[in-house]
Ligand binder design. Structure first.
Ligand code: DAH
Length: 339
């Protein structure tokens, strides 16, 4: 019995530091045909039945211990080898290895939409989109723009399919879609692409973007409109800027205003960008016309609202000092990479 215990101790000591080849050797020496333990089993004949049983049990127990220790050691050696192999043969899957190109970025117009949207989100607005192909009713009629109104002129509007449908000329028709679907309170902004049938030059393009915004609820007044827009302008352009509301006219708002900011290019001294006035026009706005509210079956005695709309390209150009709108569509990488 003492012999068997010693055999186990010896085998375990050898297994501890063995590599794969040595493990095979250990297996042969202890468990093989002529192995130490096999020899013991072969010698059992000379013992009494009781001794045979005890020695046999111990020897087989020793075999089990040694086999399981050898397997354990093998497993851990294989893991170490695999880890080493993985480390040595590691492939670099990182983008810089496979794509030696510079990282892409958002187009400046998209960046402006994102920046403006995030300011309005903080002010409690949600973002909604609407269709680019509209009917005459949504684009004009429902917004209180009568048939005779000059903005309906086929020269400004891209009509399709026999003048029934058109490419929206502004994002304002989405006001109607939203209010048709939802009862007050509503408070949304609508970024989107719009189309006008006009020749392109440094400040005009037949396709451009607008952001519309409006809120309708009980007790909404011009004060709310001013607060929201001044807050937006200060967050977007700078907190020190002077803002002025100038009376204007839009069919779907009454009263209507245009909003100017102090020219930050010349500090109001007068320059080419502000046409020597010291002020730059940034958006149109007003209180939603009661007729528009009636069109969507809102109770215009109970609810009031304000609306505003701005050109994204214009704002982008002002913000970054870009003097030609066409730069925003040419997609020249030398230009885009600056953003
Ligand atoms: N839809 C107008 C345009 O394209 C912009 C605008 C002006 C939108 C006043 C408004 C608003 O919501 O209240 O010129």
């Amino acid at each position: 019995m003492d012999d068997i215990k010693q055999i186990i101790d010896r085998a375990l000591a050898e297994i501890k530091n063995a590599d794969l080849a040595v493990l095979e050797d250990i297996k042969t020496r202890y468990l093989g045909k002529n192995g130490v333990l096999t020899q013991i089993l072969k010698s059992l004949l000379q013992y009494s039945i009781e001794d045979k049983r005890i020695i046999g049990l111990e020897t087989n127990g020793a075999k089990d211990i040694i086999v399981s220790e050898i397997e354990k050691r093998k497993k851990s050696l294989k893991k170490v080898l695999l880890d080493e192999k993985m480390h040595k043969e590691k492939l670099d899957y990182s983008p810089s290895f496979y794509f030696p190109f510079s990282k892409g970025s958002f187009h400046p117009v998209v960046q402006t939409i994102k920046n403006i949207s995030s300011v309005f989100k903080l002010l409690g607005f949600s973002i909604v989109e609407g269709p680019e192909i509209e009917t005459d009713w949504y684009n004009f009629e429902a917004l209180n723009i009568p048939e005779s109104h000059p903005s309906r002129d086929a020269q400004d509007t891209f009509y399709i399919e026999g003048m029934k449908n058109l490419l929206r000329t502004h994002t304002s028709p989405v006001q109607i879609h939203v209010m048709e679907k939802q009862n007050p309170p509503v408070k949304v902004i609508v970024p989107g692409r719009v189309y006008r049938n006009e020749a392109s030059d440094a400040s005009h393009s037949s396709t451009f973007h607008q952001i519309e915004g409006f809120e309708v609820d009980e007790n909404i007044s011009f004060v709310d409109l001013k607060a929201v827009l001044i807050n937006f302008i200060h967050q977007f352009f700078g907190s020190e800027l002077g803002v002025r509301f100038r009376p204007s006219h839009f069919q779907f708002t009454e009263p209507s205003a245009e909003v100017d900011i102090q020219c930050f290019f010349c500090n109001c001294g007068g320059c080419r960008i502000c046409k020597n006035s010291g002020w730059i026009e940034v958006l149109g706005c007003g209180m939603v016309h009661p007729d528009v509210l009636k069109t969507v079956n809102y109770d215009s005695e109970k609810y009031t609202g304000y609306a505003f709309g701005m050109g994204v390209e214009r704002i982008t150009m002002l913000k970054y000092g870009i003097d030609d709108i066409r730069l925003l569509y040419e997609n020249d990488l030398r230009f885009l990479k600056q953003f």
